[in-house]
Write a protein that binds this ligand. Structure first.
Ligand SMILES: *[C@@H]1O[C@H](CO)[C@@H](O)[C@H](O)[C@H]1NC(C)=O
Length: 194
């Protein structure tokens, strides 16, 4: 069980635990004639210890669907439908699996631009993407290298399609795949001639 559920839930669980433990200590107390421990005597450290104890003893957890909603493990992204994967191209498959997830794109700029030129160029691309409702955070990390960060990873592949049509990109790296850019106009031309 993760510790991710809220403070209120945790407090409620602790109160139930304490009630049980106080009951148990009551019985023991009767035998040993010990005064019962008041709930208010429990320190934060006591509570933490009780909670850990309870977590350790919780070796037979309820099946997931019998747990109350707030205790179920979080679901990861929308379920992936593999029915049509055979008809999809690799980009579409990647888009589907990265929907709603953060994706980083590395861009190598072509030529030898200075930092401020790279800032300008990547900023233009960022603006053009934004006009097409593609949101990317932009970081120039070296004179010739930038990162575009997409919070909806699916958009990264649309951005790649756009960026590969622009001059000034030597290469784009996306999820371990490298895509050659057009480079400069001159370079693109010499490529065609080769
Ligand atoms: C892209 O940049 C990285 C890091 O600077 C470099 O290792 C890699 O060779 C570059 N790739 C191309 C095609 O320029």
């Amino acid at each position: 069980m993760g510790k991710s559920f809220g403070v209120i839930t945790k407090t409620l669980v602790l109160l139930v635990l304490i009630a049980q433990i106080v009951k148990t200590e009551d019985k023991v107390g009767k035998k040993e004639q010990k005064p019962k421990k008041d709930l208010r005597d429990y320190t934060d450290a006591d509570l933490e210890r009780l909670y850990d104890q309870w977590e350790e003893n919780d070796d037979e957890p309820l099946p997931e669907d019998e747990l109350p909603e707030y205790m179920r493990p979080p679901k990861e992204g929308p379920p992936i439908n593999f029915d049509n994967v055979g008809n999809m191209n690799p980009d579409d498959i990647m888009k589907m699996t990265k929907k709603g997830k953060t994706v980083m794109m590395f861009i190598n700029l072509s030529g030898s631009p200075q930092r401020h030129e790279s800032e300008e160029l990547t900023s233009l691309w960022q603006g053009a993407l934004r006009n097409n409702h593609i949101q990317a955070e932009r970081y120039v990390i070296e004179d010739t290298r930038a990162i575009f960060l997409f919070h909806d990873g699916a958009q990264a592949w649309d951005a790649k399609t756009f960026l590969l049509e622009q001059d000034g990109i030597a290469e784009i790296q996306l999820e371990g795949q490298a895509f050659p850019g057009k480079g400069t106009k001159a370079k693109a031309k010499s490529k065609v001639e080769l």
